[in-house]
Write a protein that binds this ligand. Structure first.
Ligand code: ZN
Length: 480
């Protein structure tokens, strides 16, 4: 038997073993059925795989990984496949398998006294929120994809979202993890401890590792008191330079009860109101910049409405806010948020767009936006920047759209060129090229360019220590 034939037969035997490990329900190899696991939502990446495995338990995940470790088969772990950086789809060579956590969707335990919840990796984020809500608690992680994304993916990408300002990134919300290691063993680290000062905090290595060190199969997460009063305001600014002063004052005025502080540009409002049905501009006049602000309190008679009104009055008097409105009902507050969500959705209808997810120190957000606007406009007159996002975290989604009438395809081909421009500016301000979307394959080369050599070396050493054969999401985050 030739070597090539031998390999082919080993691989089909391995595939049969994998099928036996999960049963018919957990095994997909028909091309049409695999499609949704191979294509990333935004359409930038379409991979290939020998099969998609959908284990229903940690034991099944361990069995799959053991077989893959023995046969050195690449594994591409996947949650809800809502990522934006090519982290969850396999490579085009089709040599590996996709491991979807979708069937591991049990809430194992909710403990209101511990303020903790233990869930399996495949539980949809919105379902984690609901399970917490049912015992009068809050699980604060919240992002656009929450109806589809899975908690395992949120953890593996250290997801951010709109409540980071108050509650931190996913990293801050994880108390313990259960992980299947690249050799198939299970690390049982599901602890609900608030304090555990016993050396290296191993769970932190798996959070944000994008499945390159192991597969998160379950997590114990931190819960909070549920907000009883939420106030939402939509404020207009004449200059982006005023946004940090406004933010700083809002934090002080609210007794640090600020839960969201989102920047939106006029272009963003125009896009959302033009392309997304039901989205309207709550203000009569048009302004260049807006802030969507939310304060919340777990007290029932907190007085935050009065606090917000007073803050707003003072900010207007100081000239920081030109106009603004406080939502009079939950429905109106939803309407404000629809602008923020709608502008993300609307981007695909507004020519080609090149997207960045940078962060800088909070104090330098406006400086970054102005410098980036100038740099991209100098390079391509008529380019349309859509800067929006989480000012309170220093995180701006700095997306640029093709000039009106320009060829979208031609524009998007200049992705790397514009990414370099924008990332150079962020890095020049001690910033980051990926604030919350991760690295995946989209920013892998940029990571190698911008990370200090010593950090890259340590990252490679960690990868090699956990996964010496390089079977876990190979080629993602780090160059092989
Ligand atoms: Zn974001």
């Amino acid at each position: 038997m030739s070597e090539k034939k031998l390999q082919a037969s080993i691989s089909s035997i391995a595939l049969q073993r994998l099928k036996d490990a999960v049963g018919d329900k957990g095994f997909i190899d028909a091309p049409a059925d695999m499609e949704r696991y191979l294509l990333e939502e935004r359409g930038l990446y379409r991979g290939a795989a020998k099969a998609v495995l959908r284990p229903a338990s940690t034991e099944e995940v361990a069995a799959i990984v053991t077989i893959c470790a023995q046969t050195k088969t690449p594994i591409f772990p996947q949650g809800g496949n809502t990522g934006l950086a090519g982290g969850a789809v396999p490579w085009e060579d089709g040599k590996g398998i996709v491991l979807s956590t979708a069937r591991m969707n049990r809430v194992r335990n909710v403990d209101p006294i511990d303020y903790s919840i233990t869930v399996e990796a495949g539980v949809i984020l919105a379902d984690v929120q609901k399970a917490a809500d049912a015992v009068d608690r809050l699980f604060p992680l919240s992002l656009g994809a929450e109806g589809t994304c899975q908690i395992g993916g949120n953890i593996s990408t250290n997801a951010g979202g709109i409540a980071v300002l108050r509650y931190g990134n996913t990293r801050a919300l994880v108390l313990g993890l259960e992980v299947v290691l690249p050799d198939g063993r299970v690390w049982q680290g599901l602890r609900a401890l608030r304090k555990d000062n016993t050396g290296y905090d191993l769970k932190q290595l798996f959070i944000g590792a994008e499945g390159t060190l192991g597969i998160v199969t379950a997590a114990t997460l931190r819960l909070f008191p549920k907000p009883k009063e939420i106030e939402t305001a939509f404020l207009a600014l004449s200059r982006v330079e005023d946004v940090m002063e406004l933010f700083s004052r809002a934090r002080m005025a609210s007794g640090d009860q600020l839960t969201a502080f989102e920047l939106i540009s006029r272009f963003g409002v125009d896009m959302a109101t033009h392309h997304i049905p039901g989205v309207t501009d709550p203000l009569a006049e048009k302004f260049p910049w807006y802030v969507l602000l939310e304060m919340s309190s777990s007290e029932a008679q907190s007085g935050i409405k009065e606090t917000l009104e007073q803050f707003l009055g003072e900010a207007m008097e100081a000239g920081l806010v030109k106009d603004g409105t406080i939502a009079a009902s939950q429905q109106q507050a939803r309407g404000f948020w629809r602008i923020r969500e709608g502008l993300v959705e609307a981007q695909k209808y507004e020519g080609g767009s090149i997207k960045h997810d940078i962060s800088v120190p909070v104090s330098r957000v406006a400086e970054f936006i102005l410098a980036a606007n100038k740099a991209v406009s100098d390079r391509l007159p008529g380019i349309r920047p859509n800067a929006f996002g989480h000012v309170g975290d220093g995180n701006i989604h700095y997306n640029v759209h093709s000039p009106v009438g320009a060829d979208a395809g031609v524009f998007v081909k200049r992705w790397e060129e514009f990414a370099r421009l924008v990332h150079d500016i962020a890095m020049g301000m001690n910033g980051s090229i990926s604030a919350e979307h991760g690295i995946g394959r989209l920013k892998r080369d940029d990571l190698a360019r911008y990370k200090p050599a010593i950090e890259l070396e340590l990252m490679h050493r960690i990868k090699n220590a956990f996964d010496p054969d390089g079977i876990m999401n190979p080629g993602k985050v780090l160059l092989p």
